[in-house]
Write a protein that binds this ligand. Structure first.
Ligand code: GUN
Length: 296
C-alpha cells in the first residue's frame, strides 16, 4: 500500500480561513477584535522564529497581536507582573508564554499564573484537569491539530487502537485524553516500554512525539494504519540541513494507509490551532457561542 499524504499545510490554511471568518464576524456584529499576547524571554533562535511566525499569522487572520520581548535576565517577579497585567487587560483574550524559559524562571509557576480562560496553550493545571475529566477546557494546540486531522481523514475514530509514542505534558498526555474522548483504545508508549515495535504494530493510529529523528521504521507500522508524525528534527544529510520527523517517512509510507509529512504535516496545524483557541477564548469571554469545528 502506498500511503495517502495528509496535507497539514493545506488543512491549516483552511482552519485559518475559518478563524478569519469568525474574527470578521466578531468585529462586524459585536465590535470585538480578538487579541493574542505572546511573551518571549531571552533570545533562543528557534523560539524567535516561532514567535515571529505566530505574530504574522495572528495579524493575517485579523486579530490583534501583542508581542512582549523580555531580556534573558528578566526576574520572575517582573514576568509575573506582566502576566498579571495581561490577565487583567480586556483587549487580550489569549496569552502564550513561549517555552522553554531561561533556567532561573520556574516554568510551572509562570504557566499557572496565567488566567486559565486566557491560557491558549492549555498548559495551566486547571485546563489539564478539565481536559482529563472531559470538561470544557483550553486544549493544547499540537494535539488539537492532530485530532482535527484524524477526524477529517477518518470521520469517526471511535473504537480504533491508538498508540502514542511519547509521554510529554505538551503532546503525549493531552493527545491520549483527546483520543480517549473520541473513544479510541489508547496506549501511551515511551522510552521504557517493553517491545515497542510490537506495541506499535498493533496500532490503527500511531502518533509519534518523541523528538528523535526517524526512530520509527516502516516495518513497525501495521498495513493501512494512520501515522501522525509530530517530530520536527533538524539533521544534516549529504552535507545539507534537513527537517525530518520521528518516523522514517520513506519506509513508513509503504505500509501506512495515511501519513503526515515533515515538514507540512502537524507543524502548520499547531499555529492554526493557537489562532482557533484565541477565537474560542474570545467568544467564551464575551458570552458568545463558540465557533463550530475549532475546538475538541
Ligand atoms: N515551545 C515549543 N512549542 C511550544 C508551544 O506549543 N507553546 C509554548 N508556549 N511554547 C512552545
Amino acid at each position: 500500500m502506498v500511503a495517502q499524504v495528509i496535507d497539514g499545510k493545506a488543512f491549516a490554511a483552511k482552519v485559518r480561513t475559518q478563524v478569519a471568518d469568525q474574527v470578521a464576524k466578531l468585529k462586524e456584529e459585536n465590535g470585538i477584535t480578538p487579541g493574542l499576547a505572546v511573551v518571549l524571554v531571552g533570545e533562543d533562535p528557534a523560539s524567535q522564529v516561532y514567535v515571529r511566525s505566530k505574530g504574522k499569522m495572528t495579524v493575517e487572520v485579523g486579530m490583534n497581536s501583542y508581542e512582549h520581548k523580555l531580556d534573558v535576565e528578566t526576574s520572575e517577579e517582573d514576568l509575573l507582573a506582566l502576566i498579571d497585567k495581561l490577565n487583567n487587560d480586556p483587549a487580550v483574550h489569549g496569552i502564550l508564554v513561549q517555552l522553554p524559559l531561561p533556567k532561573h524562571l520556574n516554568e510551572d509557576l509562570v504557566i499557572n499564573s496565567i488566567d486559565p480562560a486566557k491560557d491558549v496553550d492549555g498548559f495551566h493545571i486547571s485546563n489539564v484537569g478539565l481536559l482529563g475529566t472531559g470538561q470544557k477546557s483550553m486544549v493544547p494546540c499540537t494535539p488539537l491539530g492532530c485530532l482535527m486531522m484524524l477526524r477529517d481523514h477518518h470521520g469517526s475514530i471511535s473504537g480504533m487502537d491508538a498508540v502514542i509514542i511519547g509521554r510529554s505534558n505538551i503532546v503525549g498526555k493531552p493527545m491520549a485524553q483527546l483520543l480517549l474522548g473520541d473513544s479510541c483504545t489508547v496506549t501511551i508508549a515511551h522510552s521504557r516500554t517493553k517491545d515497542l515495535p510490537d506495541v506499535v504494530r498493533r496500532a490503527d493510529i500511531v502518533v509519534a512525539a518523541v523528538g528523535r529523528p526517524e526512530m520509527v521504521p516502516g516495518d513497525w507500522i501495521k498495513e493501512g494504519a494512520t501515522v501522525i508524525d509530530v517530530g520536527i528534527n533538524r539533521i544534516e544529510r549529504d552535507g545539507k540541513n534537513k527537517l525530518v520527523g520521528d518516523v522514517d517517512y520513506a519506509s513508513a509510507s509503504e505500509n501506512a494507509g495515511a501519513i503526515t509529512p515533515v515538514p507540512g504535516g502537524v507543524g502548520p496545524m499547531t499555529i492554526a490551532c493557537l489562532l482557533a483557541n484565541t477565537v474560542t477564548a474570545c467568544c467564551r469571554a464575551n458570552g458568545l457561542p463558540e465557533p463550530e469545528g475549532l475546538t475538541a
